[in-house]
Design a protein around this ligand. Structure first.
Ligand SMILES: [Zn+2]
Length: 666
């Protein structure tokens, strides 16, 4: 029986007690292992992994709750223990006794271990090297200090973005919101009511911000919101209280220093060391060549948009806050449907049923509601994941936006699969989104983007849940290369573009009608709408990230100038000078994507390529292919390099053709 996290009863005091207990046991275990005279898997790795598994699980709850239900108490708990945990891991990474034990296991017992154990030993030795074990004493101290500082600065960066986002509120009248659809108006009204006010409240959270940018004919309002959004966490907002500018410089300085300590020329080289891609140059070549191919398409997109705004409203200079608005209008004009019209077909419960049916056909997986699993908020739903009649894992869905919840969508592990001689722990996944919460009796309506997001996160969830690897450090998505980890998620997204699948998950909110083929054909025709501009935007972020970490002088250089220069080279939309996008670029300054943002495009190559085999396949053939994908890719965890999984599935190396085809650029 799975022991579930008692979300309905835990508070910060409980978490603190648990953390203290696990920390004490972990320290005790480490001390005992240091003195252990026998170097073997059973005497060293097994007890160490067991302790760290339990410690990580409690720490994971803290991080999870901060993402979905932040509070001052949780934040101070996190701030108190983050340095403690960081220090423990840094010390562990520089623990010479343990390193000697593991090196000795490699030299003596290795041949007798099973493949999972061998992979774990090799990973451990690699990680030891990367955590500075071979450094002389004084440099080890410095290394430790850098790790601690980086970890604190990242947390601070993230808090600044959230606080700056949360601090904004604009109260407007219905007249100010001309053009905005009814369901968004209801949301703004509900937000104002929560503050005990009449009228309409707009916040900078995506479900609130986006409808104004897409639909409000009030140009001044769009400009004001755009400015607020694009200056979050900078010296230009909140009187600089949440400014991330200095944090960015400091983070870059420390990362470079860390890379040099480990004998890498720069942080990008260090970052790529355990990724699928090999060198910064290889990645930059890949990105720039894609930029070259997409540039003509992007220029064409931009010209059409400018022309359209001029013809429609006499706009002489198209500004950044006009892009979403006229893009929406031009899309409507060209393809005569609006994303809002389309949205009426995507009722959340129906979409869910359709997604579950697809997953069942592909992988023979069922989701069975299990209301006995405790949750942290009444909106959360929970399921058992059943394969061939046996429960193989569990999943939580927390889908609606609310105050105190981080924006965006993500999948995370509540528990990793771990099977040892003494116990079996099944994988448990969190799927977190920020969809618009239903207002009144009507179910939540998703945009088509939301639907793709849900498919995407389910792809990650399945990667986590369908693993057959028993060792937790390489089960699920653990130990998978960063630049390959988006393969299963992006692969799932492509299914949202298949009409036979979409038909099953749509029903018009009023008429109950399935998404008409005619409307779908328009959606399909618009699939490549502005794909040049969108691709270039992604490439702009990816190249900026890689340049910052490989070819940028943090001491003398100005990162805004670097971005500006890059935009002039490759972008077609140049934002106003006050735009401070890097200040809220949490992916690379607070998340794990530093010198790794390119991973999205990299994995897209793999995902498109695999999907091209599934495209147009139905029935038993589809189930057979799904089974192959589950066996050769989804279930493999980090036991072998993704390139090997890929080749086992496809019988060849990845090719870029499918990416160009599915981006409409062939
Ligand atoms: Zn993803």
């Amino acid at each position: 029986m799975t022991q579930f996290i008692p979300f309905n009863s835990i508070d910060t005091a409980y978490l603190e007690t648990k953390l203290e207990q696990e920390l004490a046991s972990t320290r005790e275990t480490i001390q005992k292992l240091e003195k252990e005279s026998i170097s073997s898997w059973d005497m060293i790795i097994s007890p160490l992994q067991q302790r760290l598994y339990l410690l990580n699980q409690v720490w994971g709850i803290v991080g999870h709750l901060q993402g979905v239900k932040d509070s001052p108490e949780l934040r101070s708990l996190h701030e108190k223990y983050l340095p403690v945990l960081t220090e423990l891991y840094v010390n562990l990474g520089q623990n010479k006794q343990l390193y000697k034990h593991i090196q000795k296991i490699k030299d003596t017992e290795f041949g007798a271990l099973n493949p999972e154990q061998q992979k774990v030993i090799d990973n451990e030795l690699r990680d030891f090297r990367l955590s500075g074990i071979t450094l002389p004493e004084d440099k080890q101290q410095l290394f430790k200090q850098i790790q601690n500082q980086l970890s604190e600065l990242s947390t601070k960066f993230e808090h600044n973005v959230l606080d700056s986002t949360d601090s904004y509120a604009k109260y407007v009248t219905k007249d100010d919101l001309a053009g905005v659809p009814e369901d968004s108006l209801a949301l703004y009204q509900a937000l104002a009511a929560q503050d005990g006010k009449d009228g309409y409240k707009i916040s900078l959270h995506m479900p609130s911000y986006l409808p104004v940018m897409q639909f409000a004919s009030n140009r001044k309002l769009r400009e004001e919101l755009y400015q607020a959004y694009s200056t979050r966490a900078s010296e230009l907002s909140n009187e600089g209280k949440f400014d991330n500018s200095n944090l960015i410089r400091e983070i870059l300085r420390l990362r470079q220093q860390k890379a040099e300590l480990l004998d890498f020329a720069n942080y990008a080289e260090l970052s790529l060391y355990n990724k699928m891609a090999e060198t910064p140059k290889q990645v930059l070549d890949f990105l720039y060549s894609l930029a070259d191919k997409s540039r003509p398409y992007a220029e064409n997109d931009w010209q059409q948009l400018q022309q359209f705004a001029r013809d429609t409203d006499g706009i002489e200079k198209l500004e950044a806050w006009d892009v979403a608005y006229y893009s929406e209008k031009l899309q409507l004009h060209k393809y005569s449907y609006s994303s809002n019209e389309l949205k009426q077909y995507f009722q959340l419960p129906r979409v869910f049923d359709g997604l579950f049916a697809l997953i069942h056909q592909l992988y023979n997986i069922e989701f069975r509601p299990n209301q006995n699993i405790p949750v942290w908020h009444p909106d959360v739903t929970t399921y058992d994941v059943v394969l061939n009649g046996a429960i193989t894992g569990h999943i939580y869905f927390d889908l609606y936006a609310r105050e105190g919840k981080q924006p965006g969508a993500w999948m995370n592990s509540a528990q990793d699969r771990s099977v040892t001689a003494s116990e079996t722990r099944l994988p448990i996944a969190y799927i977190i989104c920020n969809f618009t919460k239903p207002v009144g009796e009507k179910p939540s309506l998703l945009t088509f983007d939301d639907v793709q997001t849900l498919f995407h996160e389910m792809g990650h969830g399945l990667h986590h849940l369908l693993t057959v690897i028993n060792n937790s450090s390489i089960s699920g998505i653990n130990g998978v290369e960063w630049d390959a980890v988006e393969l299963p998620s992006q692969f799932m997204e492509y299914f949202a573009w298949d009409y036979s699948i979409l038909a099953k998950l749509t029903a018009h909110i009023d008429s109950g009608q399935v998404l008409p083929r005619e409307l779908f054909d328009k959606v399909l025709a618009s699939r490549y709408y502005q794909s040049g501009m969108q691709t270039l935007r992604q490439l702009e972020f990816a190249i900026f990230d890689l340049l910052l970490h490989s070819n940028f002088d943090y001491a003398k250089g100005n990162y805004l100038e670097l971005l500006d220069k890059l935009r002039r080279e490759i972008a077609v939309v140049i934002p106003p000078a006050y735009n401070r996008f890097p200040n809220s670029f949490a992916h690379i300054f607070a998340g794990g994507y530093a010198a790794g943002y390119y991973s999205y495009k990299w994995a897209e190559v793999l995902a498109c390529d695999v999907f091209s085999v599934f495209d147009g396949i139905n029935g038993d053939e589809l189930s057979k292919l799904g089974d192959k994908f589950r066996t050769l890719i989804l279930s493999q965890g980090g036991i072998r390099p993704m390139m090997e999984n890929f080749k086992a599935m496809m019988g060849r190396e990845p090719q870029i053709d499918a990416l160009l085809k599915y981006s409409g650029m062939n």
